[in-house]
Design a protein around this ligand. Structure first.
Ligand code: GRF
Length: 204
């Protein structure tokens, strides 16, 4: 059991980071957020970090648009290591992370995806679930591997799809569960009470 030293990467609102901050503040998660990095200069996640006194920075990921590679990847690893991070939390980070970052934090990069994987990887997965006619949707927190939204699953939570759902209303219902699922997954990691066996994360 050890206090997690988290580095959070995001691109947007940062509500998942907020749920982690709140869980820490409530004493429900033995962790501290050492640094927050965003690939969008005015991302709200940076504002939130500042408000909580968490060191944060904009990470310029040019020339790449959808992945974290090259000089930005090196800089990211340097910043995370420099901050003493042991666990990397992707919280709405809209880029694919590459093997170099994964190798720098083996089995310690986690992601949240707003779908019940392996269904609907990629973007706008709640719209995909709605269009497909699913009766349940949900969220997955998983370790990151070299694929997209494909690593071993730590926590999943379901929500019903209602008859009158729009993409927005379904996403909002999923987000409520996201904010429970991420702290729960990090609690499992903090307790060290798990092992990864192939695709399976054995807990307890
Ligand atoms: C969440 O829906 C997350 O599952 C997805 O991107 C969104 C990020 O939201 N990967 P936030 O920035 O944490 O509010």
């Amino acid at each position: 059991m050890s206090r997690l030293k988290l580095g959070v990467l995001g691109s947007g609102a940062g509500s998942n980071m907020q749920s982690i901050v709140d869980a820490i503040d409530r004493g429900e998660l033995d962790a501290e957020i050492r640094i927050v990095l965003a690939d969008v200069p005015d991302a709200k996640i940076l504002e939130r970090a500042k408000r909580h006194g968490i060191p944060c920075a904009y990470l310029d990921c040019a020339p790449f648009r959808t992945k974290l590679e090259g000089p930005a990847e090196d800089r990211c690893i340097e910043l995370l290591k420099g901050a003493g991070v042991d666990t990397v939390v992707l919280a709405g980070f809209m880029r694919i992370v590459k093997p170099k970052l994964l190798a720098a934090f083996p089995d310690r990069v986690v992601n949240i995806h707003p779908a019940l994987l392996p269904a609907f990887p990629g973007v706008h997965s709640w719209t995909q679930a709605l269009d497909y006619g699913c009766k349940v949707a949900g969220v997955t927190v998983h370790f990151v591997d070299a694929g997209t939204d494909s690593g071993p699953i730590i926590v999943q939570k379901c929500v019903p799809v209602e008859e009158n759902d729009t993409p927005e209303s379904l996403h909002a219902r999923i987000q409520v569960q996201e904010h429970l699922a991420y702290p729960e997954a990090l609690r499992i990691i903090a307790k060290g009470d798990f092992r990864i066996e192939g695709r399976r994360v054995r807990i307890g």
